[in-house]
Design a protein around this ligand. Sequence first.
Ligand code: AMP
Ligand code: ZN
Ligand code: FE
Ligand code: FE
Length: 316
Amino acid sequence: MDGCPDAGGADPITEETMSFVDLHCHSTASDGTFAPSDVVALAVRSGLSALALTDHDTVAGVPEASEAARKAGIDFLAGIEISCDVPKPATMHLLGYGVDPESPVLLDLTKRLIAGRNDRNPKIINRLNELGIKITMEELKAEAKGGVIGRPHIAAILLRKGYVSSMKNAFDNYLAPGGAAYFDKERVSPRQAIDMVRASGGLPVLAHPSQLRSENDAQLERTIKDLADLGLAGLEVIHSDHNDALVARYTALADKYGLLKTGGSDFHGTRKKDISLGIANGRRIPRDFYDALVERLRPATKPDAGTRGRGDAERS
Ligand code: AMP
Ligand code: ZN
Ligand code: FE
Ligand code: FE
């Protein structure tokens, strides 16, 4: 595929891989390095039967990906990943699946979140300049290629210019809380994010629960229960950050609280080189996860919802 760098995930297509999906990935609409249609092309090459695109704070990549999936004959679900306001050191990201990309509620929210980023980015750049690092807003905009700007774009520039030795190093030294150029951005509360995903026709799912950094099992369970009471619909049990023990723990919690189970690689293209589309810490994501999501979005009265090759579950 021309212009589509190979970042793994390109196993030969077999009957076996056709039963797998990826429900968490990023494109150039946010901080991934593959265009939305190239993520879909990679999903096809990797033999996946369904994909959800979950860019940070935007659904701008959804129409392109949805159209590419329709043409390629794989299933597609619109998605988004929203950062919520929770006390540090926790990070809470909420995935919204099956949202209507034209929903005014959703578009208002994304506008507000992007404004929060636009407010934060110059602060980070100014602080880096004060620290003697040569980086400009123009370079940052060029790095993001018109997509929603995130810290990984800044990290990539720092890495390329030799100011840091790795992306992790860029976050540890500069961009993460405690780093020399850390600034927070406007976030929405978990309740608001859950409400807005539901108001946009989507299902709210807690991304990578490991990043909640719960102190113990009891605290984790309390948080999940509270979120379920607020309307959370699912838990991302399989993720690149999750080892077997975590997958088992989140699966048990999802089952206990009647939550859907989802999974994804959190693919970002070449910006996270160790992550391949369709593979999360060595695991694949079962097709059942996608089918159950679609079933919850579109109750069984629509027999064609989510069947292979129909494309766009959100439009069926
Ligand atoms: P932002 O959208 O600016 O909040 O950046 C979020 C992105 O930064 C996500 O893709 C995270 O995976 C990535 N990220 C956050 N913390 C780190 C870290 N310590 N090392 C590498 N990537 C990180
Ligand atoms: Zn990201
Ligand atoms: Fe995330
Ligand atoms: Fe993500």
